[in-house]
Design a protein around this ligand. Structure first.
Ligand code: ADP
Ligand code: MG
Length: 308
């Protein structure tokens, strides 16, 4: 006799997702703000685009700081996240702003991802349950093949948007600052990672690519060792630390947002003779160059290992 209680089919509600073709999606996340998520997202994307890779940034922040990094805050086409919210609401493909730089398109963030998003998303959660967290991926799928690199910049203060991003990305990168108290933000993102990857299994392909030291003295090796210890305490001994770091260069960081130019673009201006840009820009250019190359090389290596 057939049992009246059919075994639950865990695959039943799982939409078919071509995970293997989504290895080019990177997410910057940390439960803490001010650790470099937006700065590194923008500059790594800029570096990828400049090297000829078709690149997309998705700004999942209500603050919309990518607009400041790329200088489009006051552009008439800056929709403040309205387009992203509309796609999420209707489940239709994302509509990036094309050509923000050569090879670089942007799905904008901004205030629409605040309360308005919250009101919409809690209704979607009530209707769909955890699968609502796959909504961003569903909106990205139809255009994901147009890009060689996709970078998600994510907020610390909005766990729903963070989960949407974690359910979309293949690789999580956690930037940390070395000013103490790194554990809180790490524990938060670590728990969210576990929920998405292991508990709900919404994203079976999510991997921690590594932890990146941000805004730190390049020679402070003792402090770096301390942070490494904290990272391993919270995320486990296997958590990879990137060899490259982003050095403390406050004067350049301020100019980035004042002028709306990426670090590399500021360096170009300096080379063209603009002496209002400090020489220290060169160190930061090479930090971003080194890190971006390491990030892509490591993703490629881990992908090969996973496929072997
Ligand atoms: N190399 C750097 N050295 C010092 N401060 C930096 C550097 N790069 C960026 N900043 C500043 O650090 C702050 C936090 O960076 P941000 O990328 O916005 O962090 P998050 O996105 O995690 O909140 C910003 O004010 C930014 O201007
Ligand atoms: Mg940010």
């Amino acid at each position: 006799m057939a049992s009246p209680f059919a075994a639950p089919d865990s695959q039943q509600h799982q939409p078919q997702i071509p995970w293997a073709s989504l290895s080019h999606i990177f997410m910057f996340g940390n439960g803490k703000g001010g650790v470099g998520k937006s700065s590194v997202s923008a500059n790594a994307a800029g570096k990828a685009a400049r090297s000829g890779l078709r690149t997309l940034i998705i700004d999942c922040n209500a603050q919309g700081n990518i607009a400041r990094e790329l200088g489009y805050k006051r552009a008439e086409w800056n929709d403040g996240g309205a387009g992203l919210l509309e796609s999420l609401r209707t489940g239709t493909p994302l509509t990036p702003q094309r050509g923000v730089r050569e090879n670089l398109d942007v799905v904008m963030g901004g205030p629409a991802l605040g309360d308005e998003f919250g009101i919409f998303f809690h209704t979607l959660l009530a209707k769909e349950g955890p699968h609502a967290y796959l909504r961003l991926l569903m909106c990205l799928l139809p255009i994901a093949h147009e890009y060689q690199i996709i970078i998600l910049d994510t907020p610390p203060e909005n766990p729903s948007l963070q989960r949407l991003a974690l359910s979309t990305a293949r690789w999580l990168i956690i930037p940390v600052k070395s000013d103490g108290g790194a554990e809180d933000g790490l524990a938060q993102i670590g728990l969210e990672f576990s929920y998405v990857r292991f508990v709900s299994q919404l994203n079976p392909h999510l991997e921690l690519l590594g932890v990146l030291l941000f805004d730190t003295g390049r020679t402070y090796t003792g402090i770096h060792a301390d942070v490494r210890q904290q990272v391993h305490k919270v995320l486990g001994e296997d958590a990879h630390m990137f060899k490259h770091l982003i050095g403390h260069t406050e004067s350049v960081a301020r100019l980035v947002r004042k002028r709306g130019l990426l670090v590399q673009e500021l360096a170009d201006r300096r080379r063209e003779g603009d002496r209002t840009i400090p020489e220290t820009v060169e160190g930061l250019v090479s930090d971003y160059e080194g890190f971006t190359e390491e990030m892509f090389a490591r993703a490629l290596e881990l992908r090969k290992e996973a496929a072997a």
